[in-house]
Design a protein around this ligand. Structure first.
Ligand code: PRT
Ligand code: ZN
Length: 299
């Protein structure tokens, strides 16, 4: 009975995506108690439980219908998808939404003194990676024959140990590469966290909760930078003022009691509002400006 009514969401137990994933669920309104070393967190106010697992296991859990949803990097999703396809298994997970967290790229990096002009420079080389399938696809697309050395970690030290000539690894700031005398030469996949779900039909109760969660998450992503701005504007310069409002679609215009030449403008700006913007608005005749953070948005 429970399996058909309570949503199971798999997230990373401990790592770069853990805090973001828990924060996202909290902002969706979920209350839960996270005990130490707990593998399942019971949602107290929603029919939703969190499974805390290794990130690499998340696509498999969704594939096996143990979890209905998962939050995991596109890098892991793509690698798993290609691995399943290579084994003739149809991947049963699809990306519902990309999230604004966990951004990184899967790149080819070479020792500082290695001359790289284009993918052909990799011909005949040994490439160390934990992403053999994504790398294999890249090499195939560029018609390059190279040896893929699959490692489970510490890829960046493989060239120094003589295990490989170059590497293919995740990069965010680039500091790890620099520290290991490597340089990034080609990006083969742009990644960020995403929500995956099983395309297998779920019960109507679960489907309803998935839909509600997606709308809430979409709202959370939208309000991240958004600001609510209120100001008084001379009616004659309204068009100019509207143009100056960053990323706002259709502001609400209200007459200002006792001032026929003025209006009140309410707008949601999808981008941050900086002092320079306010100064520009002031120069265009706006006054009594108020900028507020937006907490929730539902479209
Ligand atoms: O234990 P578990 O298997 O769950 O964790 P994990 O060690 O496999 O994953 P974790 O926590 O390191 O990363 C989880 C996810 O975060 C990854 O799958 C990516 O989607 C995303 N992510 C974002 C990153 C990075 N940025 C990142 N920089 N994952 C790993 N790195 C590593 C990279 O491998 C390299 O060693 O950080 C190093 C490079 O960082 P810079 O900043 O020096 O370039
Ligand atoms: Zn992992």
């Amino acid at each position: 009975m429970d399996k058909h009514t309570r949503l199971k969401v798999a997230i990373q137990k401990s790592g770069r995506l853990t805090e973001h994933s828990l924060e996202l669920l909290t902002r969706c309104g979920l209350k839960f108690n996270r005990g130490k070393d707990q593998l399942i967190c019971h949602g107290e106010n929603m029919p939703l439980d969190i499974l805390l697992v290794r990130d690499d296991d998340i696509p498999d859990l969704v594939q096996q219908d143990v979890a209905d949803l998962g939050i995991v990097g596109i890098n892991v999703i793509e690698e798993k998808r290609l691995a399943f396809e290579a084994r003739g298994i149809q991947p049963l997970f699809e990306v519902l939404m990309r999230l604004d967290q966990g951004r990184c790229r899967l790149s080819i990096a070479v020792p500082d003194d290695f001359r790289y002009d284009n993918p052909q420079s990799l011909q005949g080389k040994r490439i160390a990676t934990t992403y053999p399938n994504i790398l294999g696809r890249f090499l195939k697309q560029h018609n390059v024959q190279a040896e893929i050395v699959t490692l489970s970690g510490a890829v960046e030290i493989a060239p120094r140990l003589g295990r490989a000539d170059v590497i293919c690894d995740l990069v965010s700031s680039g500091a790890t590469l620099t520290a290991n005398h490597l340089k990034e030469v080609a990006v083969i996949l742009e990644s960020q966290a995403a929500i995956i779900r099983t395309p297998v039909a779920v019960s109507p109760e679960k489907q309803d909760w998935i839909h509600r969660l997606m709308l809430r998450m979409d709202g959370i992503q939208q309000v991240k930078e958004s600001k609510y701005i209120l100001l008084h504007a001379p009616r004659a310069r309204l068009e100019e003022i509207k143009r100056l409002l960053p990323g706002s679609e259709s502001p609400t215009i209200i007459p200002l009691e006792g001032h026929p030449d003025k209006v009140v403008v309410h707008a949601v700006c999808r981008e941050n509002v900086f002092w320079e913007t306010l100064e520009g608005l002031k120069a265009a005749g706006a006054s009594s400006m108020l900028v507020l953070p937006v907490e929730k948005m539902l479209n």
